[in-house]
Design a protein around this ligand. Structure first.
Ligand code: APR
Length: 252
């Protein structure tokens, strides 16, 4: 698929003081990590969020919830950054200032080399004790479900569950960046989960141009200045390759 990138978008990026990229599960899909709402194989097609991704589910059945998250974490452990992640690293180098706000919990952006990442929904790579609050990175496979803290409390993944507040600092930074940017990308997100889905509206209300990269329409599509339909792993490399000013052609 040849992705032609509109010249107007390239010019907007070359002149932008500040670019924000909001990413969702669609960016990690090409690394083999299921998205949440794909009709057939999304996480929520096979399981019900209320059975696994809520504080009530954890209180009711901590073993099943932590076993499911550990299964997802092991899937993430095998996943590698894909061309979409790598192209976003290039975008950081080719625009004046880029903020990468992700809903993903797999840390593939950081593994690819992105520096300026805001994790809106936490991360699977850190687990927290619900009794003493001790939170630490967990890189080894878990054996006990639920895992126990040295204080005897139960440990849970440091991700945001449905009905929980997002990390305050991350959310404040996301709203600040959305309000301050000149170009806002919504990449691989269904834009149905708030408050992340509100960021694109905040950006537009503050005068930013909106770009959507997705394989199918979302509630943002009709609001976007540019809609680049296709896989993030194809569209983003084409975009950053085209962004290189003609006089500085470099292999991407
Ligand atoms: N390239 C681009 N977009 C893609 C690709 C791809 N290769 N594959 C799928 N998509 C798109 C889908 O069309 C969909 O719009 O990615 C989006 C994934 O949407 P969701 O599965 O809803 O994931 P996301 O938007 O990240 O969900 C937000 O909801 O369940 C919670 O906490 C969870 O962070 C998650 C949040």
């Amino acid at each position: 698929m040849n992705c032609s990138i509109p010249n107007e978008l390239l010019e907007a990026l070359r002149s932008a003081r500040f670019v924000v990229a909001l990413t969702g599960a669609g960016v990690s899909a090409e690394s083999g990590i299921p998205t949440f709402r794909e009709p057939m194989d999304g996480w929520w097609a096979r399981f019900r969020p209320e059975d696994l991704a809520t504080p009530e589910a954890f209180a009711r059945d901590p073993a099943t919830v932590t076993r499911w998250y550990e299964w997802r974490r092991q899937l993430c452990a095998k996943a590698k950054p894909n061309p979409a992640h790598r192209a976003l690293v290039q975008l950081e180098r080719r625009c004046r200032r880029v903020s990468l706000i992700t809903q993903n919990v797999d840390r593939l952006h950081q593994a690819a080399g992105s520096q300026n990442v805001v994790e809106l929904h936490g991360t699977l790579w850190e687990w927290r004790c619900v009794r003493c609050g001790q939170q630490r990175e967990e890189r080894q496979p878990l054996r006990d479900f639920p895992p126990l803290c040295s204080c005897g409390g139960l440990r849970r993944p440091a991700v945001v569950w449905f009905g929980e507040a997002l990390p305050e600092a991350a959310l404040a930074r996301a709203y600040h960046d959305a309000a301050a940017c000149d170009v806002f990308f919504a990449i691989g997100t269904s834009a149905v989960v708030w408050p992340a889905a509100e960021l694109a509206h905040v950006a537009r209300q503050h005068g930013a141009r909106l770009v959507e990269i997705n394989v199918r329409p979302t509630p943002l599509t009709s609001l976007a200045d540019w809609v680049l339909t296709g896989r993030a792993g194809e569209v983003l490399p084409a975009l950053v390759a085209a962004l290189q000013p003609p006089d500085r052609e470099q292999p991407f």
